[in-house]
Design a protein around this ligand. Structure first.
Ligand code: GLU
Length: 242
């Protein structure tokens, strides 16, 4: 028997629910209902400065008003930070992630070197294979994922078709900050996994994140979700409607 379908809507409560995200939510909801699956709601409230209780309420009210009923209790992402950190530690244990002790000056130098070569700013893997015994004293490290170095990551997107991403454009991005808080990239992957999400239907502004998120999913050996990145709505001026 195929796995039951689980979709989700994962808004950040930093502003009010707008027509663009309501439309994306509608697709997730409709697909779950059609497939007799479940539609889950996750409030991505990790940006503590910009997330407000009023915006969370507005998301609940807006979805109810539209008749987009979700199943079960909403998941609040910030409350799961300890679980996200646990997975960062697990990736370290598996040799799929590492501590990086780079100083801001070293990072700035990497950015400048990349810029001079006309490349996008990226981390150069400085601590990827370095002996942790060389770690400087008194520096709280970040944890970075070991992104694949060669080849391509291919997403068979159900809206965009086959999308190919060259791993040379992927750097070892941060999954846990030096203060122990998870980055957005890690939190999304862990939550989608734990919520059993099978189909990720979201705006195509997140397509680039899918490749990074797949790097984490593969490093954990977790099942890969089906992706469907739907085009955003644009106004007559061509700007994204939000
Ligand atoms: N929180 C993100 C947003 O509001 C969505 C993340 C996702 O769907 O993966 O754009």
């Amino acid at each position: 028997m195929p796995k039951p379908v689980v979709t989700r809507f994962a808004p950040s409560p930093t502003g009010y629910l707008h027509i663009g995200s309501a439309r994306t939510a509608l697709f997730s909801w409709a697909y779950a209902r059609k497939m007799q699956g479940t539609f889950q709601l996750r409030i991505e409230d990790t940006d503590r400065e910009r997330s407000t209780e009023a915006a969370v309420q507005a998301i609940y009210d807006g979805l109810r008003w539209l008749g987009l009923d979700w199943d079960g209790e909403p998941t609040l992402q910030f409350s799961r930070a300890a679980r996200h950190a646990e997975i960062a530690q697990e990736l370290l244990r598996r040799g799929q992630a590492y501590y990086c002790y780079c100083s801001p000056a070293e990072l700035e130098q990497m950015r400048e070197e990349a810029r001079a070569k006309g490349l996008p700013p990226r981390y150069n893997g400085m601590w990827r294979d370095r002996d942790p015994a060389e770690a400087p004293q008194g520096v709280a490290p970040v944890i970075r994922i070991k992104a694949p170095l060669k080849g391509e990551i291919v997403v068979h997107d159900h809206v965009q078709g086959e999308v190919v991403f060259k791993t040379e454009n992927l750097d070892d991005f941060i999954i846990l900050r030096s203060d122990g808080t998870p980055t957005y990239m890690l939190a999304v992957v862990v939550d989608d996994h734990d919520m059993g999400v099978t189909h990720i239907i979201r705006g195509d502004d997140h397509l680039n994140n899918a490749f990074r998120q797949l790097a984490i999913i593969r490093a954990m050996g977790w099942p890969e979700p089906v992706y469907a990145h739907v085009p955003l709505i644009h106004g007559s001026d061509g700007a994204k409607l939000s």
